[in-house]
Design a protein around this ligand. Structure first.
Ligand code: SAH
Length: 218
């Protein structure tokens, strides 16, 4: 069971988490404020209540993870999010990252390949708060051609290569952030689509994500 009450203790722990993330190098106040607003313990089984505000990744259903808050903030900062943008997220997972984006005033299109996780989120009451998030069950490698182009694309699973179809769904001037690599550790990459066929690639720190897998899972 997941908790539904947000106590003063939780709020206090959240503030401490924000301080930790700030010390690690997140400077954008609106991102820190989003993390301070969203009750992360709502996304975890009550067994994790004591640790929900540690800066760590935790297991959720189906052997997947809720990303480390610092990692969520880091990817969000690299995306350079502006209000009203259209953002494609690959790997809904717990939907915590999607909520952080929605809290920044953007429109989120998020895809999950595991039906059970997708279904779980359909009946997770807290997510009703964010009507700007649209959930899709499908293979993130395909993106969402019907809703393309996007201002930003965020991949929250380790991509062994740059997914070509997702690059094609970026607007000119658009940005894609992804953990690139097939091993246990990946390097964060930011790709900016400068022109139709011209891209800038930048590399950042190393992280460890669950793999981006092809196809859907029932
Ligand atoms: N953004 C999530 C992190 C989830 S972990 C959060 O905030 O909690 C990565 C997720 O990506 C997993 O749920 C996994 O099932 C999903 N995933 C992996 N490959 C995928 C693909 N090709 N398409 C869509 N989702 C994928």
């Amino acid at each position: 069971m997941r908790p539904i009450e947000d106590s003063y203790r939780h709020k206090g722990l959240r503030k401490k988490l924000v301080d930790i993330i700030r010390k690690k190098g997140i400077t954008e106040e609106k991102i820190l404020s989003a993390i301070n607003t969203i009750p992360r313990h709502f996304f975890l089984d009550s067994a994790f209540d004591e640790v929900a505000y540690e800066d760590k990744a935790f297991p959720i259903e189906e052997g997947q993870t809720i990303s480390q808050p610092f990692t969520v903030a880091y990817q969000t900062q690299l995306l350079d999010v502006k209000p009203f943008e259209k953002i494609l997220e690959v790997g809904t997972g717990s939907a915590y990252q999607a909520c952080v984006l929605a809290q920044l005033g953007v429109q989120v299109f998020t895809i999950e390949r595991q039906k059970k996780l997708y279904r779980y989120n359909q009946s997770f009451p807290f997510l009703k708060k964010y009507s700007t998030i649209k959930y899709f069950y499908g293979d993130g490698y395909e993106g969402l051609p019907t809703f393309a182009p996007f201002d930003k694309v965020l991949i929250t699973a380790a991509a062994p290569d740059i997914p070509k179809k997702l690059i094609q769904q970026l607007k000119i001037g658009g940005i894609m952030v992804l953990p690139l690599g097939s091993g246990d550790v990946q390097q964060m990459m930011r790709i900016t689509r400068l022109e139709m066929d011209s891209f800038k690639e930048e590399l950042f720190d190393h992280f460890s994500f669950v793999p981006m897998l092809g196809g859907k899972k029932e």
